[in-house]
Design a protein around this ligand. Structure first.
Ligand code: NAD
Length: 521
């Protein structure tokens, strides 16, 4: 919530609606000062060896592990998720990223020699060097307020960049904590700076002199950031929303799949870009039983604050998010869908709670099947064929992740290849973001660019080509031109690429003309 009078943002515990912190909305002066410091620090930071930076990254790992309990508690308090989710989904990824980076960054980013196939270029040496870009702006969301920025920042600084982080206005305390952890780990001042504030602070950051902006958030925010960065031609990477489909084959084991789908749809109160937002069950003899099991699993889940260790589902982030879920579910209900369980906000609890909800009888024209819901809602469609399931899954403006469920792994893999998304998981979902070795990113309105993995590292560096030639010999394609030079080059084309007969004639034309006038004319 932004209080304009005092230009502060309030951090609110969504389970209780209590204000737990108040932070400044940073303006132009503070944003520019953080960026200037980041550029200054970059001058030295980029010169450190991978080994030196890896030592700091491993310090960061130690500091995160040492403070794991207080970090998990802060995450759960500020964004509402059960503590189990804070440990599993917020801490694992960053810790594993530190290990992977320290073991692999040097190897993945060491110089590469490139051999050229054209014989005329065979004396050249070509190498690719990977250099840090400079200062990276990281604009982060609230739904995974620790793991998303932490993994991105760790990768960015490991390759020699410095970072200015703008955390979400709904999770600023965690943003501040991220800055402190880097400090505690011994990173020099300015390697990671945090600017708190709302979208205006994000706007100031993305309009500034940066080497790259990495934005994770809504489609609308991503479009704005792209426009704002365009004036400086600052490259952007956009990680946006999802409407992830789960396709269930008739061979999927009923009880196990019901449990899995319930977790995939309701973890983080459904507020994950990669949570299951649409289920397509391919009709089989167990379809009715599977739906009944999903309902049973859903009804077992307990809503509540993180302070109750028995809570399975926390609140959604705020009243706005709650209203969006209510609107989509009511629209589905009024348009003829059946709410099998859930379907109401929970007024008995003080926070922003919505019951885990299972809906059938939905149509693809409904908002619940088209818009991102970001709530604990699982709409299910029963379809007749695999082709229909794939067609419906691909009938979305988004293309982030999808999952396929069943015992027939070959059939599941074939479906995976037909899905228009960045990630498909077979018999699991959602975990891949936490594995730093795996690429992360989407298609369509889910954004572009890949983070994590060796591909994500490539997005954080200048891929510089250096060609090395010894001086002395004039190249055949340099001046002066002339008839003989033209014939030499024409002969060369046939000699290397023509049919067998042309190769022979090309060879002689090449030699004859080069011999006639090696210096051209
Ligand atoms: P949001 O777009 O409202 O805000 C995200 C961040 O961008 C915040 O820090 C916000 O202050 C900032 N921001 C918003 N508008 C801006 C602007 N015009 N200029 C600069 N900064 C701006 O998104 P949110 O509600 O925080 O996050 C939820 C969304 O994020 C969902 O759509 C979700 O699917 C998506 N998400 C995507 C991924 C992914 O990896 N693809 C991961 C997590 C969340």
């Amino acid at each position: 919530m932004v209080s304009t009078k005092s230009a502060t943002i309030q951090s609110i515990n969504p389970a209780t609606r209590e204000v737990i912190g108040e932070l400044p909305v940073m303006g132009e002066t503070q944003v520019q000062s953080a960026i200037a410091q980041a550029w200054k620090t970059f001058e030295d930071w980029q010169l450190l060896s991978y080994n030196d930076r890896a030592k700091k990254i491993l310090n960061l790992r130690r500091v995160i592990a040492k403070n794991a309990d207080s970090i998990a508690e802060l995450i759960s308090k500020e964004v509402g998720k059960p503590l189990s989710e804070s440990y599993a989904a917020e801490l694992n990824g960053p810790l594993d990223t530190c290990v992977w980076l320290s073991d692999n960054a040097d190897r993945l980013l060491s110089d590469q020699m490139i051999m050229l196939s054209n014989p005329l270029l065979s004396t050249k040496q070509n190498l690719i060097a990977f250099e840090p870009l400079g200062v990276i702006g990281v604009i982060a969301p609230w739904n995974y307020p620790f793991s998303i920025p932490m993994m991105t920042i760790a990768m960015a600084v490991m390759v020699g960049n410095t970072v200015v982080l703008k955390p979400s206005e709904k999770s600023s305390l965690i943003g501040i904590r991220i800055g402190e952890l880097f400090e505690e780990a011994g990173f020099p001042q300015g390697v990671v700076s945090v600017v708190t504030g709302d979208r205006n602070t994000g706007k100031l950051l993305s309009e500034s002199k940066l080497s790259k902006v990495i934005f994770t958030g809504s489609f609308e925010g991503g479009c704005k950031v792209m426009q704002q960065a365009a004036n400086n031609v600052t490259p952007v990477s956009l990680e946006l929303g999802g409407k992830d489909a789960a396709i269930v084959l008739p061979c999927a084991p009923v009880n196990w799949t019901a449990k899995a789908l319930a977790w995939g749809a309701f973890t983080n109160a459904g507020q994950a870009c990669a949570s299951i937002e649409r289920v397509y069950i391919i009709k089989g003899k167990h379809t009715e039983k599977l739906i009944a099991e999903i309902v049973k699993e859903t009804q077992k889940l307990k809503l509540g604050p993180y302070t109750d260790p028995k809570s399975d589902i926390g609140p959604v982030i705020d009243a706005h998010q709650l209203d969006k879920i209510v609107r989509q579910v009511e629209d589905a209900r009024e348009s003829g869908a059946t709410i099998l369980t859930g379907g109401r906000k929970v007024d008995e609890l003080p926070g922003f709670f919505y019951e885990p909800t299972v809906i059938t009888g939905v149509k693809h024209s409904m908002a619940i099947m088209k818009e991102e819901t970001f709530g604990p809602v699982m709409p299910i469609m029963v379809v007749d064929t695999e082709d229909e399931a794939v067609e419906l899954a691909n009938d979305s403006e988004f293309g982030l992740c999808a999952s396929v469920w069943g015992k027939n792994l070959k059939r599941a893999e074939n479906i995976a290849r037909d899905l228009q998304v960045g990630t498909v998981t077979i018999n699991d979902c959602l975990f891949t973001h936490a594995a730093p070795q795996l690429p992360w990113g989407g298609l369509k309105k889910s954004g572009f660019g890949r983070s994590h993995s060796k591909f994500g590292l490539m997005d954080l560096v200048n891929i510089k080509h250096i060609n090395i030639d010894a001086p002395g010999v004039a190249k055949i394609w340099w001046y002066p031109y002339g008839t003989n030079r033209m014939k030499t080059l024409r002969g060369g084309i046939q000699m290397f690429h023509g049919t067998f007969g042309k190769k022979i004639s090309g060879f002689f034309a090449f030699l004859a003309n080069i011999a006639k006038n090696p210096k051209g004319s």
